[in-house]
Write a protein that binds this ligand. Structure first.
Ligand code: GLY
Ligand code: MN
Ligand code: MN
Length: 456
């Protein structure tokens, strides 16, 4: 963790206060950092802590946990300083610094090895427990066992939680509305990514003989790091030519010829905050006429969706706007007149007679098979409920999400004209809902075809 300023510490404190205000009387909120995950013998995956813990404390270490009580008392559990261990694994913050950062008396900061024992004690005077069950089966079973043991002692003067509520019910709703500290870090993450995408778009055209996906990925990620990103927000997708029609393509073994489009979906993580940008551009710097037409259609759908954003509208409305524009364009291209429906050993052909039918029967999903938006924050697919009372929830000021329409024409679609096959295009920006509209956080990342072609 980098050093935190006093001003930053006050945000974490305010977030904890907001959580406390939502907690039931006599309740505890319990969070702990996940254990590092073994990759293979003696090595682990790069460590990333729990986003909820980051949100409430700003502390990113493993072997770290908190017990926050509804009366405001906070107990923290962390790694103690140990010169011998730190020689191998690097320095940890230690209890003194953590107490200082959280504004706690030292007596409330304990060694992480005491976490479970302390929790068992505190459960005895607690009616409601908030914690993120379902994530760690061992902990779930341990804590249910502890609560069961307490129940069996019901004749003694001890209490025990009779309800367990997912901590997300409180924390994820708070995380959905970004405060100024969230926005400071998010803006930094998107600025890093926007610049890196622009540089990559200019870089590939230096190679008239083409460039490998692996090199493009390395260039982009080097640029993220150079600008201060601490990690990737998610595994980068760098897909040349027909690989762009594979939605979660991560193989990175392909090669872009200068006439190919390259789809790059990649974002830096900064202080735990994700950015999420997709750009699709010609490796050689010039779109072909058909590439330009399809690109312009996706961009038109994206812009129509963005211009509708304001408080009160839902992500479902935004999706439908993008779908409508894409369908109109696909219809004009003549690609929606003959639609196959693939069964196990059968193909049924449909011949829609109107755009309404295409939308109603969702035939467009052949070419646009994903949703348009997801929330963005500490997690790339951020937390928060998308539906309330079974209806799409209205957007509110301070929410951040993506708008990312695309069109994909897989190479094996032999029922569409050959020139479309193998083209995949997605354009993705990160959007902040404002008082009366929105701000495109990723506006510095080029996306007009003229601006891409003119990059130097
Ligand atoms: N990069 C993941 C997504 O766009 O949803
Ligand atoms: Mn996305
Ligand atoms: Mn993305």
């Amino acid at each position: 963790m980098e050093s935190r300023t006093a001003d930053e510490a006050s945000y974490y404190k305010e977030r904890r206060l907001m959580a406390i205000r939502k907690m039931a009387p006599k309740s505890l909120l319990v969070l702990y950092a996940p254990a590092p995950v073994e990759r293979n013998h003696d090595t682990t995956y790069p460590y990333r802590t729990s986003s909820d813990l980051l949100y409430l404390t700003g502390i990113a270490e493993d072997n770290f946990g908190i017990i926050l009580a509804s009366d405001g008392e906070l107990h923290v559990f962390c790694q103690s300083r140990d010169p011998e261990r730190e020689r191998w694994q690097g320095p940890v913050l230690g209890p003194e610094k953590i107490a200082e950062h959280l504004g706690l008396d030292r007596e409330f900061v304990h060694d992480f090895r005491e976490f479970r024992q302390e929790l068992t004690k505190k459960l005895q005077s607690c009616d409601t427990l908030y914690y993120p069950f379902g994530q760690d089966k061992n902990f779930d079973s341990w804590i249910l066992g502890e609560i069961h043991k307490l129940r069996l002692q019901a004749r003694k003067k001890i209490s025990f939680p009779e309800q367990i509520i997912h901590s997300g019910k409180i924390l994820h709703e708070l995380r959905l509305i970004k405060d100024d500290l969230d926005l400071t870090y998010l803006r930094k993450a998107v600025a890093i990514s926007s610049r890196a995408h622009n540089l990559l778009m200019a870089y590939t055209r230096r190679f008239p003989q083409g460039i490998s996906e692996a090199e493009m990925k390395a260039f982009l990620e080097r640029e993220f790091r150079r600008q201060g990103a601490e990690a990737l927000a998610y595994p980068s997708i760098v897909a040349a030519g027909q690989n762009a029609t594979i939605l979660h393509y991560e193989k990175m073994s392909g090669f872009a010829q200068s006439h190919d489009l390259v789809l790059v979906d990649a974002g830096a993580e900064y202080r735990g905050y994700a950015s999420d940008i997709t750009r699709t551009f010609p490796a050689g710097g010039k779109f072909s006429p058909l590439q330009k037409e399809i690109y312009s259609l996706v961009l038109e759908a994206q812009k129509a969706a963005i211009s509708a954003v304001k408080p009160g509208i839902s992500l479902e409305d935004i999706h439908q706007i993008a779908v409508h524009v894409l369908c109109e364009g696909l219809w004009k291209f003549g690609l929606l007149r003959k639609i196959p429906q693939f069964g196990k050993n059968t193909i049924i052909w449909h011949f829609p007679t109107s755009l309404d039918e295409v939308k109603e029967k969702e035939f467009y999903k052949l070419f646009y098979m994903h949703r348009t938006s997801h929330f963005l924050g500490l997690d790339v697919h951020d937390v928060g409920r998308y539906y309330q009372d079974e209806k799409p929830r209205p957007l509110e000021k301070g929410m951040v999400f993506t708008i990312e329409p695309g069109l994909y024409f897989p190479i094996e679609y032999d029922f569409i004209p050959e020139e479309f096959r193998g083209i995949g295009i997605r354009i993705e920006d990160d959007i902040l809902v404002t008082e009366d509209g929105c701000e495109i956080l990723t506006k510095d990342c080029r996306k007009e075809w003229q601006d891409i072609e003119n990059l130097k």
